[in-house]
Design a protein around this ligand. Structure first.
Ligand code: ATP
Ligand code: MG
Length: 451
């Protein structure tokens, strides 16, 4: 029997929530259950399949990617004994731009409580300054700071009294074609899309504690083909960035420098520390492969891994952290993703980035199946937290309407988006606005040429 995700289950049945992480190395489907009336969702299964047709986080072969998604869904369905029909998808790849804009609204001459409409108005005001390049779309609109009468750091202005409300908004912009390919892939795999989330945000929500997010911290998710960076402070993601470099680059470096086949390079990569070289500089790894004898110096392996990681941290990650404009990050760096399993990576990152570093598995690891609860599964677990946070606070992460347009027949079905949510639509210039809109019209306008 079908049990559908959020909004479809009967009163007595727990709700089923599902997330799909389109990774470069593996596709993961996480399934959670939530009792009616409860805010807590409990992960009950994690399905997965090797990822084909996805490179550096981008779908490069639609049919292969569809097959991987189907396989991961079927694996998850077998695990939980339920059918999955609707997923929130974490994806990344290609160019991601994070823009900060400001907005202000006056509440009148005398102080009065802030209403929901005021928050919608101030978001609209900040959106007016977002310049979205042609062929790109806003994926996330995230209020990152509210001020009332010049007092910054207001957590939730609703109901508070002032004469002026200011906002800083973060708009995360990605190529429209990237979104469309993700939607097509999931659609072809026979699933509805109930939400989209950028992988660095999902991974961050999967591992960051509320205290760390409040104090200021960076989550770095180093996967197979991408590295996600999410900078948090005051409990909110102030900057999201995606870099098209991951652990596969380290494997390729080893393969090309030492002239080794990739599967052997992958194996050797996992044996070396990025922080300390071998105690004995002459130490070698000796093996026979395809009737050839190899003797690889461990210090060479260490150097190759270190070199790539230095480039990643200093040249690629550092500017992303700087772009957030946060002067203090006392909770330091939280490392996750498959590459965070590299020996010595926390000491290495502390050394290079000069910030305290720790490696983290998902916060929900103890609720996830053994063997599918380590760092590689942080983004998948984070999707469930993303869904829950979004429902708890309708102004936390605002949706792009395209995700609801894809299942076009859905117009009359209940929406997962709370009625209170500001609805962002794309106009003919792909610029977001938040007036009342018909999701089907929004989709048709945005993708006239594609349908
Ligand atoms: N013990 C280990 N030591 C070093 N690297 C490892 C280890 N285990 C896994 N990796 C690397 O982690 C990467 C896979 O990580 P992960 O599963 O997080 O990627 P992904 O989510 O599929 O990809 P992406 O998020 O980049 O699209 C691979 O490059 C793999 O070689
Ligand atoms: Mg990943």
């Amino acid at each position: 029997m079908f049990r559908k995700a959020s909004g479809y289950s009967s009163d007595r049945e727990p709700e089923l929530l599902a997330g799909l992480d389109l990774g470069t190395s593996k596709v993961t489907v996480v399934v959670a259950e939530r009792e009616h009336g409860s805010e807590e969702a409990q992960i009950i299964g994690v399905g997965q399949a090797p990822s084909n047709g996805i490179r550096k986080g981008l779908i490069v072969n639609l049919d292969q990617a569809v097959r991987s998604v189907r396989q991961a869904v079927s694996d998850a369905q077998n695990m939980v004994g339920q059918d999955i029909t609707e997923v929130t998808v974490a994806f990344g790849g290609g160019e991601v731009t994070s823009i900060r804009t400001k907005g202000m609204v006056s509440l009148g001459r005398t102080p009065r409580p802030v209403m929901q409409l005021d928050i919608e108005r101030v978001i609209e005001a900040a959106q007016a300054d977002v310049a979205v390049p042609a062929n790109q779309s806003i994926l996330h609109t995230i209020p990152v700071e509210y001020s009332l009468d010049g007092n910054v750091g207001i957590d939730d202005p609703l109901g508070m009294t002032a004469i002026r409300l200011d906002i800083q908004l973060q708009s995360v912009i990605v190529p429209t074609s990237t979104i469309q390919n993700v939607l097509n892939c999931v659609d072809k795999a026979g699933l509805d899309v109930s939400g989209l989330v950028l992988k660095p945000l999902a991974a961050a929500l999967g591992v960051i504690s509320p205290e760390e997010a409040l104090a200021g911290a960076v989550v770095i998710d180093i996967g197979g083909g991408t590295t996600g960076v999410a900078v948090f402070s005051d409990g909110r993601p102030k900057h999201l960035g995606l870099i098209s470099v991951g652990g596969d680059h380290i494997t390729n470096d080893i393969g090309s420098v030492l002239k080794l086949p990739l599967n052997k390079s992958e194996e050797l990569k996992r044996e070396v520390s990025v922080f300390t070289g071998p105690e004995d500089p002459e130490e070698t790894v000796d093996f026979v492969y395809n009737s050839r004898n190899y003797s690889i110096a461990k210090k060479d392996l260490h150097e190759i891994v270190r070199c790539r990681m230095e480039e990643l941290c200093e040249v690629l990650i550092r500017p992303q952290i700087k772009a957030a404009g946060i002067s203090m990050l006392p909770a330091g760096i939280i490392l996750t993703g498959g590459v965070s399993k590299t020996e010595g990576i926390d000491a290495f990152v502390l050394d290079v980035m000069d910030l305290p570093s720790r490696v983290s598995s998902p916060l929900d690891a103890n609720r996830m199946p053994p063997g599918r609860n380590s760092q590689e599964y942080s983004a998948a677990a984070g999707i469930i937290r993303y869904i829950a946070e979004k429902e708890r606070d309708p102004f936390r992460y605002l949706d792009n309407p395209l995700i609801r347009g894809v299942s076009g027949e859905d117009a009359g079905r209940p929406s997962i988006v709370p009625e209170t949510r500001v609805r962002i639509k794309l106009d003919e210039n792909n610029k977001a606005s938040s007036s009342g809109f018909n999701p089907l019209e929004g989709l048709k306008n945005a993708f006239k040429d594609l349908f």
